[in-house]
Design a protein around this ligand. Sequence first.
Ligand code: ADP
Length: 965
Amino acid sequence: MITSISPFGEDSLLIGTWGHGLWVFHVNKKKFSKPEAFVGHNNYSQIFDLFADDEKNVWIGLHEEGLLRLDPKLNISAHYTPDGGKNVISGISVRRIMQDRSGNIWIGHLTNGINILDKKTNKIRNIVNDYSGKSQISNNDILNFFEDSGGNIWIGTNGGGVNLYLPDKDEFIHLNEKDGLINDVVFSITEDDQGYIWMQTNRSITRLNYYGQTSLPIPQTRNFDIEDGLPHAEFIFSTSMKSEDGKLLFPSSNGIISFYPDSIVKTDTAPKIVITGIEINNKPFSEYDDKISFSPNTKNQALIESITLKHYLNRLSFEFSALDFFKPLNNQFLVKLQGFDDDWASIGSNRTVSYINLPPGNYTLRIKAGNSHNIWNESGITLNVKIKQPWWQTWWAYLFYAILLIGILVLLRYMAIRKERIKSKNRFELLKLEKEIELDKFKLDFFTKITHEIRTPITLITTPLEKLMQKQRKNDKDEEKYFQILKSNSEKLYQLTNEILDLHKIDEGNFTIRKATEDLIPFLKGITDRFSSFAESKNITLGFSCNYESVYWEFDTSAIERIVSNLLSNAIKFTPPNGKVQLSCTLNKEKDKPDVIEIEVSDTGKGIAPKELQDIFKPFYQSDNATSHDISGTGLGLALVKELTYLHHGQIKATSKVGVGSSFKLYFTNHLAQLENTHAPSLVPELEATADVEIPIENDRTNDGNGVCKTRESILIVEDNKDLNEFMLTMLENHYQVTSCYTGKQGYEKALEIIPDLIISDVMMPDMNGVEMCRNLKKEPLTCHVPVILLTALSKEKNQLSGFEAGADDYISKPFNTNILLMKVKNILTLRGNIRMQFAKTFLLDTTEDNRENIDPLVEKTVAFIEKNIDNPELNIQQLQREIGIGRSQLFLKIKNITGLTVSELIQGVRLKKAHAFLGSGLYNVSEVSDMVGFKNISHFSRCFKSKFGYLPSNVKNIKLANDR
Ligand code: ADP
């Protein structure tokens, strides 16, 4: 089988065979010969290709024997194999050999790609597809080479289409089925006179309109097969060629197909395109006819130019057709949805295209079609598609959002400004309020301080005044009137100081209310009655009413009295003549709830302006209507009313109409068990006596029959205020032996000197204050027993407490009621007297047991000394004084103060008590005992003994026996 023929020399042809090696045909001689190198050389018998180059070197591609180069005399000058020393090529089966116009030899392998032999340098270049994806050639099975008129090398491959080598760029371009070839097995390539490249593939002849372009768009290829008039379309591995007159020759399994390329009839009519179906969301578009709009308004989709859809109708599918009925299945389409696709998409012969989830927008569907002859309708057809924005994304929706946003921002800003304004207003109000409270507190503090100063003089006025009034001459009307004026004004002043102090106390949390269960109705009636003369004087009708005859309630009488009195006094004060003031008390009972007591004071007076109503309960507030000179007030009354009401867990409500009248309503819960004392009771109950107390004071010296003598008790007054000091002195000296001094230090020294029965001392004094003095005196053995009453304007519990800690026995707050002071003095002294009596009884008379507990240490020491020296008849005060180590008179006073006995009475008492014990033991007789207890003579002993115990010493034994029995 001849595989290749090549001209050689002037008149010879080289013939390559499959199985018989190389032959030379001498044209003129018409004779065949076999070159010597091939004679008997079976290895070189299967020749794929051969060719003689421009230097008459012959190149022979062998099956599995590599490549041979023969010199012009046809002797083998080189053998190229994969392991051929310096002549190395990539494979052993060389299928094609070609020399390009630069003289390079192209060697195409059966399976090993290409070698290019540079004839000048003899260097061999390897071009292999290593399947790395970046290879220069598309396939290693090389079928053919062809150099076109432009010097480009076309390489036909078995399965990789055609490869085009551009020598200028040293670049390979691949063309295959994707680019329009019918088949990727490209047997041979040739070029016609017009420059078209013709390729012979497995199943067709394909024309390529290349014209030297480097990129090859698909429409540039045209395939010819049986339908185009080819006798058959089965081609074999061979080389096509062009004859000198331009005829193209394509060897086939059935002979050679030849034609003149310019004889091919051109079908230039591009196919018309029509849209044959539109589907929207998987339904034919005709089903939506009332939901979508399209133009022109026709149901024939072929005529529709534009279509407008709602945003959710966004899954579109188009079907179309190219109106070319010659091989309609070969019609090809290109589509592009402008606005969505960037490039044209080749969909081959598919006639549908679909888009899903198209976002709202304007699109243009463009379709181009090419017929089987690759004649393309370049302008194609267009269909405008508009998918509308959802309503919330339309411009007016955005406008609405913008307006809304601006609105919200403006509103927020406005609210922030408003909030800030309210805040600063509140801050201002708060500041104002704080200032007011501060001012009120300051006022209250100030007045409280002043009040303390005022109260003492008031006491000093009222007490002498009362005395004067008692001694007042009868029938002196003028004097009585003046006294009354003086009295009522000083009482008013006193009342005012009370209110200030009470408010201060409440403010400090020191006010104590003391409750007792009482019938409220007669209590209120009593208060009303007290105001009747005041009301009458102003010609005002004062009424009292209640819905129950008696209402028992646990309340602080003095507080409720002050509340009601204040309200009544205000009502009468602010009601013009002929008006009416009414006090009513209503008990409201409700099931399962505590009773509610409602006390109302109403009047037909001037009334209070609404803006003032909220202020009248503030301390010192007086409305304009209260400024007329005939109405006096302090503005404290209602403040106190409010506080006292709250302390009773009550509520107060004021209503008023200017010119009509006012009403003050108090509400209290009557739940005896529910009400608790608001404050713990103070250490010293305040004795606020409202009525005078008759204080009987004994003046004379008496003997109480127990051998305890009573002299006038001595009182030491320590007070720096001269007036008060003198006042107290005058008040007490009628009943007691009074010494006074003006400072704490003096008081301390005086107390040690005179050992008084009682000390009344001011607290605030210049050098040593009362508390300090008290503490110091309580440390002294001589004065530790002396009771101290502290006198002060400071009534705070704290102050009282420190006084008590210092050992004070009682407290009296200034201004004090003289009667109370006298009463307290009397009580304390009586208590002391009782203690003394107790001493006489338990210590000196009770012979059964020796009870020395609670005895003053100094007295105990004295008694112990007496007992120690009991048999000494000369034992006297000097000895005792020396032993105890204090002054004689102090010892005397101390003993007297505690026991009520003189020192000698004490010595004798101890002697007799001891004597009683000795006699009771039955061990001694009377005369022995008389000696043992230091009596000089027995008759004196017996007399004294009888006078103390009521029986003679000789009877002690009998009496004891009788008692024991
Ligand atoms: P004052 O001691 O000045 O009366 P109050 O605290 O008792 O102080 O009262 C405060 C103010 O309330 C009074 O100045 C008066 O203007 C007004 N007020 C109180 N009660 C009445 C009332 N019944 N009618 C009219 N105004 C009243």
